[in-house]
Design a protein around this ligand. Structure first.
Ligand code: GLU
Length: 404
């Protein structure tokens, strides 16, 4: 793959097609592009170690699959309410209320099912939130590096994504002070993500509390993407729900994809103030309607059979931790610089030069797929996903360290 091809706008005019203004600057998702490239190389007979995709390599736990079989047989094959089935929204609301309850402020009243909108993956929830909250003239702060799609989603809403670069000394995390310095009178919101994709860094409670306090003081919308919340290694991740003094300007996004190994089921959700959840539902009613009925029933099982879910999450996290420890030991031995991940399943590696060229060379000569850091607006880095079988992760990291 050419190093910057995935970052060039995709819109190419032809004699019959002039790209609309909406997508004039749109870039293809680099994370998806790397996964597709690895897949097509494999189909062509090449051996590829795919450390690109951020997708757990585990099967969806049996108790969830069984619930889905039962739901199909019981007729869950029709449309549902646009915002999702009530038992799922109730389970999401109950779980979020319990999380909010861990905090000193507790963010006000219990979360209700009516605050919840279920979508086709947390990606759609994030897009819906950006689209209904922001528009032309609005600026949205994005701690950087961040997941590639945040920048595009804000741009698709015709607002301006404002990257705020984190410090190397702080695992590439931002501070309330650096965010305040990047703010202008047009700042309308901030997109938070802890544990972070692509670094695996986890914001400490006081770091996050300072950021939440700043956003509340300035009246910014907080969109907090907590999709990796259950995948942490040292200390549990703090949720913004635990810190917010009110939920009036808070959109909490989560889903079942990562913690429950349910990427293909496409179930995510947003918890929002009632007016915003109504707007997101109306928007979704014109775009995708409800997420798949059977997937929603599977997600109910994931959230309500707590003992089975906790056991399978613990097992997956144990394996991710073992991979992280073994991979970082290899990187340490080779003197490679990286962010030591406390959560998620990514290693963010400083290649000290053009990460895109490095990723291309690594794939072409070593058969190892990683995501160039330019996708996360930090071009001197590459992202390695260790959500792949352990021996592949270690072989891939060995080849990467040797190539460096
Ligand atoms: N979030 C995952 C990643 O960063 C999945 C792919 C995507 O949707 O970007 O790799």
């Amino acid at each position: 793959m050419p190093p910057t091809a995935e970052l060039a706008p995709i819109a190419a005019a032809s004699t019959t097609y002039a790209p609309s203004q909406n997508i004039a600057e749109l870039k293809e998702s680099a994370t998806i592009a790397v996964a597709n490239r690895a897949r097509s190389l494999r189909a062509a007979g090449r051996e590829v170690i795919d450390l690109g995709a951020g997708e757990p390599d585990f099967d969806t736990p049996a108790f969830i699959r069984n619930a889905a079989h039962k739901a199909i047989d019981a007729g869950a094959t029709h449309y549902t309410a646009t915002e999702g089935i009530l038992p799922l929204r109730q389970a999401i609301a109950a779980e979020a209320t319990a999380i909010a309850g861990r905090g000193a402020t507790a963010g006000g009243d219990p979360i209700q099912a009516a605050d919840v909108v279920v979508s086709n993956g947390s990606k759609q929830s994030l897009f819906n939130a950006c689209f209904v909250l922001f528009g032309p003239g609005d600026e949205v702060l994005i701690p950087t590096p961040s997941w590639t799609s945040y920048y595009e989603m804000v741009a698709l809403a015709r607002a301006t994504a404002v990257p705020v670069w984190g410090d190397r000394e702080r695992d590439l995390k931002v501070t309330a002070a650096s965010l305040a310095a990047a703010a202008t009178p047009r700042t309308r919101g901030i997109l938070l993500n802890s544990p972070s994709n692509p670094t695996g860094a986890v914001y400490g409670r006081s770091e996050l509390a300072e950021i939440v306090a700043l956003a509340e003081e300035r009246g910014w919308w907080i969109i907090s993407d907590e999709i990796y919340a259950r995948i942490t290694y040292d200390t549990p991740a703090t949720s913004v729900l635990e810190l917010a003094s009110s939920r009036d300007r808070l959109i909490l996004v989560n889903g079942v994809a990562k913690a429950y190994a349910m990427t293909g089921w496409r179930i995510g959700w947003a918890i929002a103030p009632r007016t915003v959840s109504a707007a997101m539902t109306a928007f979704q009613s014109h775009t995708t309607s409800n997420p798949a009925a059977v997937s929603q029933h599977a997600a109910v099982a994931a959230l309500t059979d707590v003992a089975a879910a906790d056991a399978s999450i613990a097992e997956m996290v144990r394996e991710f931790r073992a991979r992280r420890d073994a991979a970082t030991a290899l990187l340490d031995a080779a003197g490679v610089r990286y962010v030591r991940p406390d959560g998620a399943f990514y290693l963010y590696i400083d290649v000290g030069g053009d990460g895109g060229a490095f990723a291309t060379r690594l794939l072409d000569t070593q058969g190892v797929a990683v995501v160039p850091g330019a996708a996360f607006l930090t071009p001197e880095w590459v992202r390695v996903s260790y959500a792949a079988p352990r021996e592949q992760v270690l072989e891939g990291v060995r080849r990467l360290a040797a190539a460096l």
